[in-house]
Structures are given as C-alpha cells and as structure tokens.
Design a protein around this ligand. Structure first.
Ligand SMILES: Cc1ncc(COP(=O)(O)O)c(C=O)c1O
Length: 452
C-alpha cells in the first residue's frame, strides 16, 4: 500500500508541477487516446500499480488544466495545496460523515467550519448550514427549508402532506437567475413555469422597484454574482420592498457571496445578511477541490425540519451537530474538512486577499483589452469580464483560436444579445504574470484573426 500511495502522490505532484508548461486545453491526440480506456470489463483484476500508471498515462494529459493558473472558463477555482493535502488525508480516513457519534472528527470539523463561515460572511449568529456538492444542491437545500417555513406559517406540513392541496406559494426570481435556481425550484415541486420573473437592469441586477406586491406564502430568490457580469442584486433594497409580506428571501451567491468576506468588495453585496437563506460554492472562490457547496439558513430549525431523518439503527442522539440533519444525503464524504483546511490555511485575511486579488486581476484584463481596442460589455464589479472582439463571428473565432493556442482558456456567452468571451478569475494560483501572459495571447490571437 505504501508504494502505491506514494506513487500516486508523486504522480499527482508531477501533474500539478507540469501544468504551467502545458497547454491549458488537452491536445486532441490526448483526448483521442482516451479510447484506450474503452475496453471490455476485465474478468481478472490487474496489479494496482499498473491501474494507477494507466490512469496517469491516459487520463492526466486529457484533462483540462483547471487546477492551473490560466483557466478562466465558467467560474472555476483551483485547489489550494493545503486543501488537496487535507482531501488526501480525509479520503484515507474514509468517514461517512452523517452522524457525530460515528464520525466525531469530521463532524466536529464541519461544525467549526460552519461557525467560521457564518462569521466570515457576516451572517446572523445561529445560522444553520449544510455542506453539499455545489451551489445547485445548496440552492435546492436552502429552498427546501424555505418551502417548509412558508408553508408551516400557512398551517401546512409539506414534509408530511406534500404539495397536492397545499396553499399556493408564489415564487419570484430575477430574469437573470441562474438556471440551477430554476431547476432547484422545479425539483421542489414549485413548477418551473409558475415562477414570476422580475425585470433586470443592464448588468442583470433584479430591479427591486419592479417586484410584485406579495401576499400569502412566497419565496423570492435574489442573486449576488451574475455568472456573466458578476453584478449583484440589491438584497437590502429587495428586503425593504418585501416588508410586511412575510416572503422568504433567498440569495444565490455561488461565487458573489465571497465578496462579503473581502472588506474592499463588501459594498458590492451590502445588506446580503438580511436574507433568510444563502447558497454558495466552496469549489469556486474558496479554492477547495470539487465538489463542495454550502447552504446557509438563518432559521436552522427550518433546515433541520426539511432534511433530518431518524431510524432505529442510526445513532442520531448527540449533543453535537449531526451533519446529515441538514443535508439531502445521509451518507456523505466529509467535504467540510477541506473547507476547514482552507480557512485554517488562509485565515480571514488570506480569504480577503485571494478574493480581492482576483478582482484586481479581472480589472486588469478589462483595462488591457479596452486599451487594445476591444469592447468590455460589463461593469467589472467582481471577477467577471465580458469582452467582444468584434461581431459574432469574429468573437467566436477569437475564442476558438485562443482555446487552441493553449496559453489560457476562456469560454463564450451571449450577454443581452451580444456574443462575448467570458473571463472569470477565480483561482488562488493566478499570478499577475499569468494575467499579462494571457493578455498577450489574447492580443496575438485577435491580431492574427484580423490579418487578411
Ligand atoms: C450564480 C450561480 N448559481 C449557481 C451556480 C451553480 O453552481 P454549481 O455548478 O456549483 O452547482 C453557478 C455556477 O456557476 C452560478 O454562477
């Protein structure tokens, strides 16, 4: 076992150290070679060392270098070395982190990490939380608590009686809500087509003045951190508009909530703590390995009511927090260990510095591209930049050529009718030199394309 695990660790270290010198996207030949994996199910097993060697030989070159310093697609954090190491150790522990009594170490670590996060984001003390797979499931989890609470207030027990015959719940989102929120609402039985969409401004922010007047059970989903522009809904203004309505206010802050942990950026999300629930990702801006998301609910009991289960064989009685009382899963890996390691390793100041540095780097991207004559389509309020290199065809050509050139990787989008390249700066590993090197590549690729 020692030789096997040492070999795997050395291969992983070699992989990470090799990222700077390789193209961000995998070479087509490496992707084609994945066919070699596609064999018949073996009857007999193989030597474990050979299994890992094959995985490395075929798998490593065919990966996208998301762990590297110049991947700017989607919204993707790298994994801080301390979190990779913590993940290795926690994997060796192999704790099914559902119940404190059976997994005290990992359960306690999650309890501590939750307290630290609530403090870091400035959320109300006593806020409950769940360590889940990502913001999609965090939205689902928090909205399950919302569903419980708004229907309980209307005298209905949704966990016992379901939604057939329940009082109607009005669901309100901004027109730019992330599709994962819509999906979560659908999974909770609210019906994707019953959702009321509130108009937005030119950056994608929900217009608080356009909120409908609400009465009866209602859930309003705001957003901090639009996936294209980074813009944040005016959460405090939305709360003010909802005064007297008893509506539950949820915030999808998949990456934007991290601005609340960075004093220089906190004004972008001012008032976010007035909501009733929040969803965010740790695998984005906290830079822990996939997959890791967080749901927070002001009324921890509402979350517990939606999620907790008991059975005679489960040792649920505990003076400490049982992680599975708050998550959709019963059996689960100890995601909180990596979050605890990241927060321990960075401290409050390190988190703020990471978030602020990435935002400064995003502003540098925008400034460099604007100076080179390209159009920046958004106000760069956080870590997202939208750039158009010309018309639709030209922008699409630059994106494809940049991805093929390999210095960095950015994806495309359509923002309010304009085709754009998205630059999302979310990694601990990105240095200012990486930004300059990537800008040079963008200028070069765009100029190549302009030549006759
Ligand atoms: C605003 C927002 N909400 C939700 C999500 C979904 O997050 P995940 O893919 O981690 O489930 C994203 C992903 O980028 C996002 O930007």
């Amino acid at each position: 076992m020692r030789d096997l695990l040492t070999d795997a660790a050395e291969r992983a270290i070699g992989y990470l150290q090799g990222l700077d010198a390789r193209a961000v996207a995998p070479a087509p030949a490496a992707v084609a070679a994945l066919d070699e994996f596609d064999t018949a199910l073996p009857d007999a097993g193989s030597d474990a060392g050979e299994v890992i060697a094959l995985l490395d030989r075929l798998g490593s070159p065919a990966t996208m270098a998301m762990a590297g310093s110049r991947f700017f697609g989607f919204v993707i954090g790298g994994a801080l070395p301390v979190t990779v190491a913590a993940s290795w150790l926690a994997t060796a522990w192999d704790q099914n982190t559902g119940l404190y009594n059976s997994t005290p170490a990992t359960s306690r670590l999650e309890q501590v990490a939750l307290r630290w996060l609530v403090e870091l984001f400035g959320l109300p003390s006593g806020t409950g939380g769940a360590f889940v797979t990502g913001a999609t499931v965090a939205n689902f989890t928090a909205l399950a608590a919302a569903r419980h609470a708004v229907l309980q207030r209307a005298g209905w027990n949704v966990e016992a009686d379901g939604l057939f015959g329940a009082p109607e719940v009005t669901i309100v989102v901004g027109k730019e809500a992330h599709p994962s929120v819509i999906k979560s609402l659908g999974l909770l039985g609210f019906g994707r087509d019953r959702i009321v969409h509130v108009p937005i401004d030119g950056q994608g922010r929900m217009r608080a003045d356009a909120l409908p007047t609400l009465s009866g059970p209602a859930i309003v989903c705001a957003q901090v951190g639009n996936v294209n522009t980074g813009a944040c809904d005016p959460v405090a203004g939305i709360r003010t508009r909802l005064r007297g309505s008893h509506a539950w206010l949820h915030v999808d802050g998949a990456f934007g909530l991290w601005a609340a942990a960075a004093p220089a950026l906190a004004s972008a999300v001012r008032g976010v703590e007035v909501a009733d629930s929040w969803a965010t990702d740790a695998h984005k801006w906290l830079n822990v390995p996939y997959d890791s998301g967080l749901a927070f609910v002001r009324d921890a009991e509402a979350l517990r009511a939606a999620m907790a289960i008991t059975a005679d064989y489960l040792p649920t009685a505990s003076e400490f927090r049982n992680p599975s009382d708050y998550t959709p899963e019963l059996s689960r890996r100890a995601r909180g260990v990596e979050i605890w390691a990241a927060l321990s390793g960075l401290g409050r100041q390190g988190v703020a510095e990471l978030v602020e540095r990435n935002c400064r780097q995003a502003r540098r991207f925008a400034e460099g591209l604007r100076a080179a004559g390209f159009e920046i389509l958004n106000e760069v309020v956080l870590n997202q930049v939208l750039v158009a290199f010309g018309d639709v065809a030209e922008t699409q050509r630059v994106i494809a050529a940049l991805q093929a050139e390999g210095t960095c990787w950015c994806g495309g989008t359509v923002w309010q009718g304009r085709t754009a390249m998205r630059i999302s700066v979310s990694s601990w590993a990105t240095t200012d030199a990486d930004v300059e090197r990537s800008l040079e590549a963008m200028y070069r690729v765009a100029a190549d394309r302009r030549a006759p």
